[in-house]
Write a protein that binds this ligand. Structure first.
Ligand code: SAH
Ligand code: SF4
Ligand code: F3S
Length: 481
């Protein structure tokens, strides 16, 4: 029998989170308020946020930074010294959760020395009742827990946490509305994440995201375009349109307006570089391909997660495409978008995946010759359908498969990068390279990392770089002057 922890707290419920109702999504414009008592509470104080997981979390952390800074807090990079510490967590795989629990352990010591510090836990793990139960039982030094749907309530929640001796828990499992007009303090002065939609309705059988992020809902085009115009006016060179599955953008609108329409309108703002992630292979339309190909400021880079190359596994995963239809889409993208690069995500060791089924995944990698692939061992997530599937494959076998897969993936990444040797490519210069020696770094339109020599006066500009060396993960070059 599944344990029912809900009697302990006003917290999340994965069961409730599964529900998809017909209620109209509300766009809330005036929901964010800072109570008078909290307006200057952060003066002379500091905050520290640690972010795990995907770009959705990165962007959410920028919202939390914005909120905390509008209450007077300043950022510190020293967790030990901060007055407010927030862990923005990821629940996608077990090892993501283990990292967070490690950090929560470290915070026990810090809280002992500095009991006035407020420690809050938020993000996708906060949406899981088992996690909350564990915090209640084993980590009572946690002051505050909030989820992915009520970030805008941070000022009130912080106030409650400061006043209360008990752990403050506010997690909403309901499907969620769209809250506009919440401040953000962005990490990068050149590249910005722009949410275009929230949630996911795909319910791939292995995945926790539809439960932690709620139902799919799209921001209004005018709100997105306004944000892009503002970013452009304040000097941003690149934006990434964010959604768990951007192809579904606009499906919840009454009037027809698709992701292709949105990309076209965003392109017309004239911002230098537009990226988007993630696009599910299922409903990637021809119109999307045509728009990406047509506009110079839409970058020729597509992240197209395949997950597996085997039809039976894809069916069990609930991905709703097969190897043949994926390849047909892949070929169309390659044929229509000049010099496009394609990356992917792959899971090995899905429950009872056979050696033959795994070979099909290797064949898929050989067919597509991806520029880059993120590879994972399947991790059962409580509450998802796949977690209930029988699985007799040893972890050792899964690890061997991952290693073989990575060798194949890396071979093709290197081969794709070698094609750039001697070419002149456009790079947005982001800053100094980690390689040192006054080297600069940036990315090509095709999302290749380039380390190159050149004058730092070019930081913030898009320049031409000649590629002189190609490695598996990056390119080297020199600026063309
Ligand atoms: N919305 C994106 C994926 C977001 S999660 C998409 O559908 O493309 C990023 C990646 O994590 C997924 O593509 C998948 O490869 C991996 N992943 C998700 N759940 C997982 C699990 N339970 N075990 C292992 N990998 C998982
Ligand atoms: Fe998860 Fe599938 Fe949704 Fe991606 S599309 S977030 S893998 S359920
Ligand atoms: Fe992780 Fe949540 Fe993103 S589970 S991958 S942070 S949507």
């Amino acid at each position: 029998m599944e344990k029912d922890y809900t009697k302990y707290f006003k917290g999340p419920s994965l069961k409730e989170a599964k529900h998809r109702g017909k209620e109209e999504v509300k766009i809330l414009k005036d929901e964010f308020v800072i109570p008078d008592t909290m307006k200057n509470i952060g003066a002379g104080k500091t905050y520290y946020i640690k972010t795990y997981g995907c770009q959705a979390n990165e962007r959410d952390s920028e919202t939390m930074r914005g909120i905390l800074e509008s209450m007077g807090y300043q950022e510190t990079k020293e967790m030990d010294q901060a007055d407010v510490v927030l862990l923005n967590t990821c629940a996608i795989r077990e090892n993501a959760e283990l990292k967070v629990f490690g950090k929560i352990g470290d915070l026990k010591r810090i809280k002992r020395d500095r009991p006035d510090m407020i420690f809050g836990m938020c993000g996708c793990m906060a949406q899981e009742e088992e996690v909350i139960a564990r915090l209640l039982q084993k980590h009572p030094h946690t002051d505050l827990i909030f989820g992915t749907h009520n970030i805008h309530r941070l000022p009130e929640l912080l106030h409650e946490a400061m006043m209360s001796k008990e752990m403050v828990i506010e997690v909403w499992s309901k499907e969620g509305d769209i809250v506009e007009n919440v401040p953000a303090s962005r990490e990068n002065p050149l590249k910005a994440w722009v949410n275009i939609m929230y949630g996911c309705d795909k319910f791939c059988t292995y995945c926790i995201v539809p439960y932690t992020r709620g139902k799919e809902r799209s921001r209004l085009p005018k709100d997105i375009l306004h944000e892009v115009e503002e970013l452009k006016a304040s000097g941003y060179k690149e934006i990434t349109l964010l959604g768990q599955n951007v192809n579904s953008y606009g499906k919840d609108f009454k009037d027809a307006y698709s992701f292709a329409d949105l990309m076209r309108d965003v392109a017309k703002t004239g911002i230098d570089r537009i990226r988007f992630t993630t696009s599910h292979p299922w409903d990637f339309t021809d119109e999307m391909i045509d728009v990406i190909a047509k506009y110079e400021n839409i970058m020729p880079f597509v992240h197209l997660p395949v997950q597996s190359g085997n039809d039976e596994v894809l069916k069990l995963m609930g991905r709703k495409y097969n190897a043949a239809s994926y390849k047909a889409l892949f070929d169309k993208i390659k044929a229509k978008i000049p010099h496009v690069s394609v990356s992917t995500d792959i899971i090995v060791g899905f429950p009872n995946e056979t050696a033959e089924q795994f070979e099909d995944t290797l064949k898929m990698v050989e067919y597509c010759q991806y520029d880059n692939a993120y590879t994972f061992i399947y991790s059962p997530r409580a509450g998802t359908p796949a977690a209930k599937m029988e699985d007799n494959i040893d972890l050792k076998v899964k690890e061997e498969r991952l290693q073989r897969l990575n060798e194949t993936v890396n071979r093709y990444s290197l081969a794709q990068n070698k094609k750039y040797l001697g070419q002149i490519v456009k790079v947005l210069v982001e800053g100094y390279s980690k390689k040192g020696n006054d080297m600069l770094m940036g990315y090509t339109d095709t999302q290749k990392l380039v380390n190159f020599s050149g004058d730092p006066k070019y930081i913030g500009e898009i320049v031409e770089v000649e590629i002189t060396d190609a490695k598996t993960w990056s390119l080297n070059g020199k600026i063309c002057e």
